[in-house]
Design a protein around this ligand. Structure first.
Ligand SMILES: Cc1cc2nc3c(=O)[nH]c(=O)nc-3n(C[C@H](O)[C@H](O)[C@H](O)COP(=O)(O)OP(=O)(O)OC[C@H]3O[C@@H](n4cnc5c(N)ncnc54)[C@H](O)[C@@H]3O)c2cc1C
Length: 452
């Protein structure tokens, strides 16, 4: 099948979820593909550290069951998603209150489910709050405020994406204050939720991206891959023909018909797909935009005396410490901790404080309403260039075809999420297949099957 001059039809640089999913689409269409990965194993930022029977993610672990690419990406059929309890648990003034739960939001009945939420939120009794702190103001204000919030979520869940993308664009914090939403709803719910979803504590993100993130929240359930973040790239890698992924191979330069590697010299091909992080992509292809990044730190603790928050995602509406969100992860996904041990995973956004472990423990003690002094720290994972910033104006569909034979994908070409990375790969694979199947320098003698 190969022309002798080529060692693969397509060389993909980088085996993160974008590169692996593109490889899956190309190999399924009969295109020989080599994925070159600099690290010792595939997965990129979606990696999971194993320590004493615990599975500890490096990423901040917020996916949504409504991400379309989790359904559309071939190779992910066997992906098991572990949902959080519906909505989120908000901590404010020593109390915790559930909000944003959308019954039935995991399936196609999302609009109807969101409408149920309006009623549920409007009539939520004060006893819905958990915890034993003093009874002061609820994070979400009055029942009317909550009903308005439910109505807004319902509208978002049923809004077509195109309509959201046609709205004026400004920083999310500014857009929130201009939309006539009560300050309590903004500070008590939207701000902490969006900060967590966007990994952006100051909400400098484009309001369109914020709307998309809220839409994904309202129309699905927050979830994590069973077994750790690495389960997703592992499934993709396993579904590829044996020998497709080559780890420990660092690409040092690229052209349209070859790549040069530090370890194996030049590799010839008919097209190159650059699927690295944004910084490396710009080094290999000067001229590509390098975004700012949001730093993220994930701290994992264990205890044999777990808090009583169940499988909830707990957010601090008061911003009373470094933790943006935290969860009893072993309750969400029991495969991540050995029997009898609880795993608590917490995310710190932005530049972490100097003594992060002490600051996080003190904050967690307030959030969970329990002593954390006997909790054991399992890992502190800090990633400086974790999530590309999406400041306005943000182009959610940056071109993935630079010229015939040269393509680029990854979260920096779309939204800075797993969904965005997979979707950019979807677009890039379709562009490559279109070019390979068309007349011109990339013409093949036999027609290729269309992209899945
Ligand atoms: C701490 C943290 C928290 C996050 N939280 C969330 C979240 O809650 N929800 C969400 O949806 N997303 C989150 N993300 C973002 C998500 O992880 C990324 O969007 C996604 O994993 C990006 O995938 P990718 O394939 O585009 O890039 P990457 O995963 O970065 O893959 C690029 C690959 O290219 C390889 N590479 C680089 N240079 C070379 C070279 N010269 N030669 C060969 N290979 C090379 C790298 O080793 C890497 O494997 C988070 C990320 C981090 C780090």
């Amino acid at each position: 099948m190969l022309e002798p001059a080529y060692q693969a039809d397509v060389v993909i640089v980088g085996a993160g979820v974008a590169g692996l999913s593109a490889a899956h689409r190309l190999t399924s269409a009969g295109v020989t593909t080599a994925v070159l990965e600099a690290a010792p194993c595939p997965g990129g930022r979606m990696s999971t550290e194993k320590v004493d029977g615990f599975r500890l993610d490096r990423i901040g672990q917020l996916l949504s069951t409504s991400y379309p690419e989790l359904r559309l990406t071939p190779g992910l059929d066997a992906l098991a998603l572990r949902p959080f309890a519906p909505g989120v648990l908000l901590h404010s003034d020593g109390r915790r209150q559930r909000a944003g739960a959308v019954p039935g939001a995991m399936g196609a009945r999302r609009a109807r489910g969101a409408l149920h939420a309006v009623r549920a939120l409007a009539s939520a009794p004060r006893s819905a709050a958990v915890g034993t702190g003093p009874r002061v103001r609820a994070p979400l204000g009055t029942a009317v405020d909550q009903a308005r919030l439910g109505a807004a979520l319902a509208r978002l869940a049923s809004s077509p994406v195109e309509r959201l993308l046609a709205r004026p664009e400004s920083p999310a914090a500014q857009a929130l204050s201009e939309r006539g939403i009560p300050a309590r709803t903004i500070d008590g719910f939207l701000r902490p939720l969006l900060a967590a979803l966007l990994c952006d504590p100051d909400l400098t993100t484009s309001s369109r991206c914020a709307d998309l993130a809220l839409r994904a929240f309202a129309s699905g359930r927050l979830c994590v891959p069973e077994g750790g973040a690495e389960a997703l790239p592992e499934l993709l890698a396993q579904a590829l023909p044996p020998g497709t992924v080559h780890t420990g191979v660092r690409v040092t330069s690229i052209a349209t018909t070859s790549v040069t590697t530090a370890e194996h010299g030049e590799i010839h091909c008919r097209a190159v797909l650059l699927a690295t992080d944004a910084g490396t992509a710009a080094e290999l292809l000067p001229g590509l935009r390098v975004p700012d990044f949001h730093p993220v730190t994930v701290v994992h603790h264990t205890t044999d005396d777990p808090p009583t928050t169940g499988a909830s995602l707990l957010l601090d509406a008061d911003r009373g410490g470094p933790v943006a969100h935290t969860t009893l992860m072993s309750q969400v996904d029991p495969t991540r901790a050995p029997a009898g041990r609880a795993l608590i995973s917490s995310t710190v956004l932005g530049t972490p404080p100097p003594d992060i472990d002490t600051a996080v423990r003190m904050h967690l003690a307030r959030l969970y309403g329990t002593s954390t002094t006997r909790w054991e720290t399992l890992a502190v994972h800090h990633t400086t260039e974790a999530v590309p910033a999406m400041r306005p104006p943000h182009d959610l569909r940056r071109p993935v075809r630079l010229l015939a034979g040269l393509y680029v994908c990854g979260d920096h070409r779309d939204t800075s999420t797993v969904q965005g990375a997979l979707h950019s790969a979807h677009r890039a694979a379709a562009a490559i297949l279109a070019d390979l199947g068309a007349a011109g320098s990339l013409h093949r003698s036999e027609p290729l099957r269309a992209a899945a």
